[in-house]
Write a protein that binds this ligand. Structure first.
Ligand code: BGC
Length: 451
């Protein structure tokens, strides 16, 4: 056994998201979000489930924060529900929504837990969707307004902000594949949406730099290590296109101030309506980021597949072990992404904003959840992360995802990622073995390994 130790002051955190954990979907003046709407339409979410109640964090935040503190965790990533602050997405502010997050921050402060606050974790106000959603340029201005309200209101309590969580998923899964809210199926709309999310991100980052010069702000991207599934040259081309679609489409405007030329050409050739790219927008999108948030779960392997319009790439499995959501477990891929970001985008600060695994958890005869698969997943990924840091990639934080089991979007409660088990019938919480293991890692700033 050897001990893996992380650099001094490395941040160990855990995250959750508003829609996934808060519940109280229409309480105290909260407006309807696109996930409320989507989850209420039969057939959209597994087993007719939704986020109406979920873990009831809205009413149980005190107990949950005490539990987090008992694990010795001092960093909590959470998101704010836009519709609690601005029920219609713009216009009148809801004082009860404002008060709720002040209460949460005060509770965290009691235990010396620092919040990292995400402004947008997929829950666009439905009223803004009715006006065209992210495909409408005005939504970016509404977001900037909303961001300013948060910076003004919570600037003293929060010093680390994340604009968007996984804009790729929000834009493309929500507006092209249709299996996330708002459930649309149009590639051009999705492309527009991604453009306006990047613009909204830049506007919010600017506002943050102006209003809170001591704070840090970044975006959380779910970057994919896109590899060809075979040695065939056409699959290498497919992997490159998939990388353009999922990664470079976001990284290039953020860090280089342009959209990838090969993707613009491909989309044009395939008849996609491109967003009108304005010089001044690119400048805003590439506003300085204080760190890049990286959500990592699994890599993707591609074969060329022309039927898969317009990118022409299909993701396939290549035989790695899979977890209980069917995602291949390849810890080295995390290292590949980290080194690649450094090579292509420079020596930037990176914070791992999400990493974790879905397991079929059972409460056993001793009332314990023995989730060794999850421990193994985190253990191996953390070992790879430490190696990447050793080779010079500047990673300062790791936020496990997630704190409590919660509603896994369109998969409802069928998939669990938490370090704390939740019985959704009784709302009982049970710290899983992984929660205890992770608490030890945070306390020791590392762990023993036989790897
Ligand atoms: C999201 C989380 C989600 C997790 C597992 C990410 O896509 O940010 O909200 O629960 O992955 O699917």
């Amino acid at each position: 056994m050897k001990k893996i130790t992380f650099p001094e002051n490395f941040i160990w955190g855990i995250g959750n998201g508003a829609y996934q954990s808060e519940g109280a979907w229409n309480e105290d003046g909260k407006g309807e979000s696109i996930w409320d709407r989507y989850g209420h339409i039969p057939g959209n979410v597994w087993n007719g489930e939704n986020g109406d109640v979920t873990t009831d964090f809205y009413h149980r935040y005190k107990e949950d924060i005490a539990l987090l503190a008992s694990l010795g965790i001092r960093h909590f990533r959470m998101s704010i529900a836009w519709t609690r602050i601005l029920p219609d997405g713009r216009g009148a502010v809801n004082p009860k929504g404002i008060a709720f997050y002040h209460n949460v921050f005060a509770e965290l402060e009691k235990y010396g837990i620092e919040p990292m606050v995400t402004l947008y974790m997929w829950d666009l106000p439905q009223k803004l969707q009715d006006a065209g959603g992210w495909a409408n340029r005005e939504t970016a201005d509404c977001f900037a307004q909303y961001a300013r309200i948060l910076f003004q209101e919570y600037g003293k309590e929060v010093s680390t902000w994340v604009t968007f969580d996984e804009p790729f998923c929000c834009a493309f899964i929500g507006n092209y594949l249709g299996t996330y809210a708002p459930g649309l199926r149009d590639f051009s709309t999705a492309l527009q949406a991604s453009y306006h999310m990047l613009l909204a991100h830049g506007k919010a980052a600017r506002a943050c730099h102006e209003m809170l010069p001591g704070a840090k702000i970044g975006i959380a991207l779910n970057l994919s290590d896109c590899k060809p599934a075979t040695a065939r040259p056409e699959d290498a081309g497919a992997a490159r296109r998939a990388d353009g679609y999922r990664n470079r489409w976001f990284l290039d405007p953020l860090y280089k101030g342009y959209f990838p030329e090969d993707m613009l050409r491909l989309y044009r050739e395939k008849g996609v309506a491109l967003p009108e790219i304005r010089e001044e927008d690119l400048e805003i999108m590439s506003e300085r980021q204080d760190f890049l948030g990286l959500n990592y779960y699994s890599p993707h392997f591609f074969v060329s597949d022309e039927k898969n319009w317009p990118v022409g790439a299909a993701s396939v499995k290549v035989g790695h072990p899979v977890n209980d959501i069917g995602w291949e477990i390849v810890p080295e891929a995390l290292g590949n992404i980290l080194r690649r970001v450094k090579e292509d985008y420079g020596d930037i600060e990176i914070q791992i904003t999400e990493n974790g695994s879905c397991q079929t958890d059972l409460v056993n005869r001793e009332h314990r959840v023995v989730d060794d698969g999850r421990i193994d997943y985190m253990h191996r990924h953390l070992a790879v992360l430490r190696e990447a840091i050793g080779s010079g990639v500047r990673v300062t934080a790791y936020y496990a995802f997630c704190f409590t089991d919660n509603v896994e979007w369109a998969l409802g409660f069928s998939k669990r990622f938490g370090l704390v088990y939740v019985d959704f019938g009784t709302q009982e919480r049970i710290v899983k073995d992984s929660g205890r293991w992770y608490a030890g890692v945070a306390a020791e700033n590392g762990f023993e390994t036989a790897l």
